[in-house]
Design a protein around this ligand. Structure first.
Ligand SMILES: NC(=O)c1ccc[n+]([C@@H]2O[C@H](COP(=O)([O-])OP(=O)(O)OC[C@H]3O[C@@H](n4cnc5c(N)ncnc54)[C@H](OP(=O)(O)O)[C@@H]3O)[C@@H](O)[C@H]2O)c1
Length: 233
């Protein structure tokens, strides 16, 4: 593997993937909205990555990102804006619902649109357990995540032989939880007891799944569940 673009690489799972791919000797570029988060990630990785500011909710940003990248072997997408979308459907602001669809689903589609002709190996998206195990307070995120599977199947046909897949994580301890205003350690402990894996996921668990999908040239149009068995709880 030669080079990779990680959209959402300045935090959480994307940052863990950047660390893993760098250790494998790849050229890594990360993209995200906040220059500060990108700079912090670059500092953490000792300046060994390139960074690009881009918001996947903005078509021009996505177009510019791929025009600037040129050929790229692997694209991984972990970006999502899920601010304010958790709660009963009647209580969720429509603007928040639009934002999650604009980033997780339409943003993913924009990436497929503008990656065409630039990506040569694989394109891998991130959905999530709530698509398969909704809990009554995450319906719009679940819908966007679920639709990513169909998007990936369609793009896998359109962009072939480029492979297009989805990683579906279970609960993983990353900064995304900090915006939820809940006692995450208590929630993690309660779920860990019930999960067949008996623990919450780590960003490195998800990074390893991305790498396996990137490397395996016979995996395409697939949703890989990396959730500790959460779908069975
Ligand atoms: N953590 C979990 O338990 C869990 C479970 C299931 C699924 N997931 C999914 O896994 C993915 C990664 O989550 P994470 O936990 O690693 O989250 P995270 O730590 O919050 O990282 C999200 C990354 O995406 C970037 N981002 C957000 N909105 C963006 C946008 N509009 N354009 C470009 N970049 C954007 C963020 O940077 P900026 O804010 O600077 O843009 C950040 O680098 C998400 O799709 C999430 O829905 C997470």
């Amino acid at each position: 593997m030669t080079n990779a673009l990680i959209i959402g690489g300045s935090s959480g799972m994307g940052l863990a993937l950047a660390r893993t791919l760098l250790a494998d000797g790849m050229d890594v570029t990360i993209a995200g909205r906040s220059e500060d988060r990108l700079a912090a990630a670059r500092a953490e990785l000792q300046g060994k990555i390139s960074t690009v500011r881009a918001d996947i909710g903005q078509e021009q940003d996505v177009a510019d990102l791929f025009a600037r990248m040129g050929p790229v072997e692997h694209v991984a997408v972990t970006a999502a804006d899920a601010t304010g979308v958790y709660g009963r459907t009647a209580d969720v602001a429509t603007a928040a619902a639009r934002a999650v669809v604009d980033t997780k689903l339409l943003g993913a589609w924009l990436i497929g649109k503008y990656a065409a002709g630039h990506v040569t190996g694989s394109l891998t998206y991130t959905s999530g357990i709530n698509a398969y195990r909704p809990n009554g307070s995450n319906t719009i995120v679940a819908a966007a995540n679920g639709a990513l599977a169909s998007l990936a199947y369609g793009l896998a046909v359109e962009l072939a032989p480029v492979r297009v897949n989805v990683i579906s994580p279970g609960w993983v301890d990353t900064p995304i939880w900090d915006q939820l205003g809940m006692d995450k350690q208590a929630a993690f402990a309660e779920l860990a007891e019930r999960l067949p894996a008996r623990r919450i996921g780590t960003p490195e668990d998800i990074a390893a799944a991305f790498v396996s999908v990137m490397r395996n040239e016979f995996i395409t149009a697939t949703v890989l569940h990396v959730d500790g068995g959460h779908r069975l709880t």
